[in-house]
Design a protein around this ligand. Structure first.
Ligand SMILES: Cc1cc2nc3c(=O)[nH]c(=O)nc-3n(C[C@H](O)[C@H](O)[C@H](O)COP(=O)(O)OP(=O)(O)OC[C@H]3O[C@@H](n4cnc5c(N)ncnc54)[C@H](O)[C@@H]3O)c2cc1C
Length: 396
């Protein structure tokens, strides 16, 4: 018989899967709840109540002291290879940081889609061709399975490895390893939040039915109309494509409506200026207000250097990437251009949320959109227009 590991509260669990990796009985597995988010479940017949899962949970035992204090080093970066920049979410800094590691026969661990695009998982690659699977932001929390054990094995063999993930994932990996490895580089993201895998799957199935074809590729940051005007693009095997801006795409609206956000993201302990990673990557929204000539609307990475190791790795990318040191007040930057550097999203109303997920089980996606998301969509559009007007007028 299996039951949720109830010593790890839902508000804290980030699905990092450290509990799985440390369980001496191998009796924990990740299972989806009603909203589609993964949580640890234990086989109570095999459990010996050693509490390793609880005592090793990085989130329950989070200690702010472990974080590196903010070093005030922020760079605007654009990879020189324009093709790679076009297909990357921001300025392609992740690819540029991967090259020095791969060139020395090292490994890169990041997030890829499964072959049907309906789920995401952490994957280890060791060549440039496979690196492409890791590019582009996927909005779901990855399935990590036993990836931390595989990483530990490579590090113990003395291999070089760059790990990339959300801040909670980097924190989880480092807590699991519990010691410093000379050749481990970590890079986390400015992470807004992660989205419900169930809504995502249902949405893709809705589109597959509509287009009468299986999916060939998914891109949540399609830059065809420019980076600031980014949208979602889904290509189908029959040659058709679905393209939409974020404000009008039902899935993106569900993401931004807060119904689709993982509960632990409302309470995120890992965002902020102080980090455990060597490097933090994000979008340099607002670049034109700091360095107008750099902003060509093709994507610029916000790169925050958190350690000497991170700085050394960044400097190794100079041949492949334009790097510009920026003097910014991070609180002002976050409040004006990228809220998610510092603050968590606020939760949606509990009752509406549970009604939304009840309806998700029985309604078609169009119907669900009309009932729960349409008004949110209109309100978001109004707020965005107002924000852009104020920004242009220099009011905020
Ligand atoms: C869920 C999520 C929310 C984000 N929210 C913000 C935000 O609010 N503000 C902001 O400035 N930036 C945000 N980002 C970061 C941004 O979208 C880019 O991922 C980042 O700038 C790297 O871009 P790039 O051009 O260097 O790399 P790309 O080549 O596009 O590489 C993407 C990188 O992200 C990793 N990645 C992709 N999907 C996931 C995932 N689901 N979980 C963990 N790692 C993943 C890949 O492994 C790779 O390292 C978010 C990213 C994700 C995944």
């Amino acid at each position: 018989m299996i039951k949720r590991v109830d010593s790890i509260p839902q508000k804290d669990c980030t699905a990092c899967s450290v509990c799985l990796a440390v369980c001496p009985q191998n009796c924990i597995e990740m299972k989806a709840d009603k909203e589609g988010f993964l949580y640890p479940f234990v086989d109570i017949h095999k459990c010996i109540e050693c509490e390793e899962c609880y005592t090793n949970c990085p989130s329950v035992n989070f200690n702010k002291e472990a974080l590196e204090p903010y070093k005030n080093e922020v760079y605007a970066c654009q990879i020189i290879d324009e093709n790679i920049r076009r297909i990357s979410s921001s300025g392609g800094a992740f690819s540029a940081l991967s090259y020095p590691v791969l060139n020395l026969k090292g490994y890169v661990c990041g997030v890829s889609y499964t072959s049907d695009f309906k789920a995401v998982r952490h994957t280890i690659v060791n060549n440039e061709k496979e690196l492409d699977d890791l590019r582009r932001s996927k909005l779901l929390q990855s399935d990590k399975n036993d990836i931390f054990l595989s990483i530990e094995k490579l590090l113990k063999e003395g291999q070089r490895l760059l790990f990339s993930g959300t801040p909670c994932e980097v924190f989880a990996l480092k807590s699991f390893l519990a010691k410093e490895y000379k050749y481990l580089y970590t890079c986390d993201l400015i992470c807004g939040c992660v989205a419900s895998p169930k809504i995502y799957r249902k949405y893709l199935e809705h589109l597959e039915n509509k287009y009468n074809s299986r999916i060939k590729s998914v891109n949540f940051k399609d830059k065809s109309k420019g980076w600031q005007e980014r949208g979602i693009r889904i290509d189908f095997e029959n040659g058709k494509s679905y393209v939409s801006d974020n404000a009008n795409d039902p899935y993106m609206v569900s993401f931004h409506s807060r119904y689709g956000i993982r509960p632990s993201c409302f309470n995120c302990k890992f965002r902020g200026m102080d980090r455990l990673s060597d490097i933090t990557l994000g979008d340099f929204w607002g670049l034109k207000y700091y360095h107008k000539s750099l902003d060509d609307n093709q994507g610029t990475s916000y790169v925050m250097v958190n350690s000497q190791k991170g700085k050394d790795l960044l400097m190794e990318t100079k041949r492949n990437m334009h790097i510009q040191k920026m003097e910014i007040d991070i609180t002002e930057y976050s409040n004006t251009y990228n809220l998610r550097v510092l603050s968590s999203p606020s939760p949606a109303d509990e009752l509406n949320r549970s009604e939304f997920y009840n309806d998700l089980d029985v309604m078609e996606f169009d119907e669900l959109f009309d009932k729960h998301l349409k008004s949110i969509c209109l309100e978001r559009k109004r707020k965005k227009e107002e924000y852009l007007r104020k920004l242009e007028a220099g009011i905020c």
